[in-house]
Ligand binder design. Structure first.
Ligand code: FES
Length: 188
């Protein structure tokens, strides 16, 4: 190669048919492709729900609103979802089954019309309000959501505790309990 060889000539001669500039371009594009694929993978994992429907931490579908239990019927325990589903005059609640004192599992006592914890005797009303005993606060509750067939939320447990008012606007709307959304009971 003569001393006067141009830069273009050097590039052509250095590779096996691929110049250094082309090689660097390919390497850069390959890195960009790998980075984009990794980013897409991470975004997909973040977008995926962490829990499947019907497993604790996820959403528990309870069917159409028209099938809600009647007012005054005994609270129904959903062991898999770890909640008591309650219907009162005001609406529906999903109460976390764990006592707010030291974590025992309280039970519904029909004769007393209240929840009573077997460990230290804390008592709570049908809607989870603290009544007596060493528990420091009301029962925790999960968010109950009512959605139409388009997935629009028609009603939802308010952030400051309370029921989803019933009857809901659409009797065919789907009722679900989101066990990934727990509201802490208010302190007494
Ligand atoms: S754990 Fe329920 S009263 Fe103590």
């Amino acid at each position: 190669m003569s001393v006067e060889a141009t830069a273009a000539e050097v590039e052509i001669e250095e590779g096996d048919g691929v110049t250094r500039r082309e090689f660097l371009n390919y390497a850069w594009l390959a890195s960009l492709g790998i980075f984009t694929a990794q980013l897409a993978g991470v975004s997909y994992l973040f977008a995926m729900p962490r829990f499947r429907a019907g497993e604790f931490g996820g959403v528990f579908p309870l069917g159409p609103a028209i099938n809600l239990p009647e007012v005054g019927i005994a609270p129904e325990k959903n062991s898999k979802g770890r909640f008591w589903f309650v219907r009162s005059e005001e609406g529906v609640y999903a109460l976390y089954i764990v006592c707010t004192h030291l974590g025992c599992l309280f039970q519904w006592q029909a004769t007393e019309n209240r929840f009573i914890c077997p460990c230290h005797g804390s008592q709570f009303s049908r809607t989870g309000q603290y009544l007596t005993g060493p528990a420091p606060r009301n029962l925790d509750m999960f968010v109950v959501r009512v959605e139409d067939d388009q997935g629009n939320v028609l009603a939802e447990t308010p952030a400051e505790e309370g029921p989803v008012p019933t009857p809901v606007p659409d009797p065919d709307a789907q009722v679900m309990v989101d066990t990934g959304a727990r509201l802490q009971g208010k302190h007494k």
